[in-house]
Design a protein around this ligand. Structure first.
Ligand SMILES: [Fe+2]
Length: 374
């Protein structure tokens, strides 16, 4: 039998494909790109798939597995029911409304959200968002695993139209009411398991002093998903230690004022992001980053990424967020001990000098003294 051959010149060879990029092109939404984005300023457009408005973000630091979308629900509007074979974690930037879920057995669950709410969509659950206001838009950001799933499956119909119900992902009824289970493992690894957090600005945070005095931190396991999510707090008029990890951590500022520095190994200059509520900036793969507070209020940020403490999924994530048995996670250990954190005494002297100068300009008394270099 004669084989059908494709040759270099016939134009039929299919290679170097990117089904996620193809999907973005088909959706026809605005794409916002940058080192950092202020989500309040991202342009949205009608998104027929969801019956509301939306935009897609692209960051160098987003990595291969996750992406963030902006969802805008006009006053009095709602999204049309959706379900899909990728995970989503929502944060409410503005407005108030509700999200309703319907299980395959017909059971309905719902919660009401407002600015600061945070929730996970159980895998392939049917859900719908409602804006409760007749005069104000609702603005949400959602981090998703769509890039991974559509690249692996490369079949849009299967991603968005598979009826299988993952009953094991639904979670307890209380998880839809703002109630959760706190699993205390160790500082930096504690988990709040739920599906819905009414307000990230009000949740209590256990201490995580490894990353800087007065730091607090909690990880979330939302809808038993594999995505990572955590919230951290930086004490007023201080800053955290520099650290680095894999890409994909969509860091979003929730409160306070300040800036972050980012730099790659070997770079002599820092990239700087000045942030406020709604600023997002995922550091790139193994790019150093450090967060500085220049106000007298604590600052909180939330990060959503691929591979959490419950399901690290990748061995590299396991090393970073879990570590070896009996040892701290790499994220909490100094580079001198094989970790990925830079102690204050080991940082570039320009870093502290810049912060002191920013504090002087802001008229704020610094509350962090550097230990003497050993
Ligand atoms: Fe980080």
């Amino acid at each position: 039998m004669q084989a059908t051959q494709s040759t270099e010149s016939d134009g039929k060879a299919r290679y170097g494909l990117d089904p996620y990029e193809d999907w973005i092109a088909r959706e026809g939404l605005p794409v916002a790109e940058g080192l950092a984005l202020d989500l309040f300023k991202v342009e949205t457009a009608d998104w027929p798939r969801i019956g509301a408005k939306g935009a897609i973000t692209k960051f160098r630091g987003a990595g291969d597995f996750c992406s963030m979308f902006v969802v805008e629900i006009p006053a009095g509007g709602s999204t049309i029911p959706q379900h899909h074979l990728y995970e989503e974690i929502y944060f409410v930037l503005d407005g108030r409304g509700s999200t309703q879920f319907e299980s395959a057995d017909g059971k309905k669950r719902a919660f009401e959200w407002g600015r600061g709410s945070f929730f996970g969509i159980p895998l392939n659950a049917t859900y719908r968002h409602f804006n409760a206001s007749g005069s104000q838009r609702a603005l949400l950001a959602t981090t998703t695993t769509l890039p991974l799933m559509i690249k692996v499956i490369h079949n849009e119909e299967f991603i968005f139209n598979t009826p299988f119900w993952f009953g094991d992902r639904t979670g307890k009824d209380e998880y839809y009411q703002g109630v959760g289970d706190l699993h205390l493992i160790r500082a930096g690894q504690n988990i709040w398991e739920t599906n819905f957090v009414p307000n990230l600005l009000e949740i209590d945070l256990p201490e995580w002093e490894d990353r800087g005095k007065g730091s607090g931190n909690i990880n979330f396991s939302l809808a038993d998903g594999i995505m990572h999510a955590h919230i951290s707090e930086i004490a007023p008029a201080t800053y955290k230690k520099a650290h680095r990890h894999d890409s994909g951590a969509h860091v979003m500022t929730l409160s306070g004022g300040g800036y972050s520095l980012l730099w790659d190994d070997g770079e002599t200059e820092f990239q700087r992001v000045d942030w406020t509520f709604g600023t997002v900036f995922p550091p790139a793969d193994m790019q150093w980053h450090q967060h500085f507070v220049t106000t007298n209020e604590p600052s909180r940020y939330v990060a959503t990424a691929f591979g959490g403490i419950r399901y690290p999924t990748l061995d590299r994530r396991r090393q970073l967020v879990i570590g070896k048995p009996g040892e701290k996670q790499m994220l909490s250990k100094s580079v001198k001990e094989g970790g990925t954190q830079l102690e204050y005494e080991d940082q570039d002297p320009r870093i502290h000098a810049l912060w002191l100068e920013e504090m002087r300009k802001a008229g704020i008394t610094p509350r962090l003294e550097l230990p003497v270099r050993k």
